[in-house]
Design a protein around this ligand. Sequence first.
Ligand SMILES: Nc1ncnc2c1ncn2[C@@H]1O[C@H](COP(=O)(O)OP(=O)(O)OP(=O)(O)O)[C@@H](O)[C@H]1O
Ligand SMILES: [Mg+2]
Length: 144
Amino acid sequence: MFKTILAAYDGSEHARKAIEVACDIASTYKASLHILHTPQLPGETMMVGYSAVPLPPSAEELEKAGNEAIEQARGIAAQHGVDQPETMVRQGDPGRNIVEYANENDVDLIVMGRRGLGQFGTLLVGSVTHKVSQLADCAVLTVK
Ligand SMILES: Nc1ncnc2c1ncn2[C@@H]1O[C@H](COP(=O)(O)OP(=O)(O)OP(=O)(O)O)[C@@H](O)[C@H]1O
Ligand SMILES: [Mg+2]
């Protein structure tokens, strides 16, 4: 039934679980596994006069953080029987990236954590999961 599965990884324990579940489904259905990560670093701040002005992280910092996260994700997949996942680091808005990547690659199942790295969420579902559930053209499995 499922041929191409996309796991969305943000480095959180929820997303680790999502990869584990995605690996299990990929093995069961002999599907290919893709893993997508969008790096999101807290920006630095610079003092201008008496005010702290936020500075976005540089492209190099984002790329380095992205590659580290993808290495972690590969490690998790390898531990769960998937040695050669397709991996992608894409900068920008995580939710939009996940939906676009899924469309471009004929993904038929997206697996993601119900929550992620965010610490202040009052909603049951994180904003990225909420957005993807609304916008994706394929099935979305949220993992707790
Ligand atoms: N930057 C990202 N790159 C890839 N996948 C992501 C990213 N951010 C979130 N996800 C996916 O979405 C799931 C839910 O994360 P989400 O960001 O929606 O929740 P949150 O961090 O708890 O809340 P919020 O970000 O709204 O404060 C994660 O477990 C992961 O699967
Ligand atoms: Mg988040």
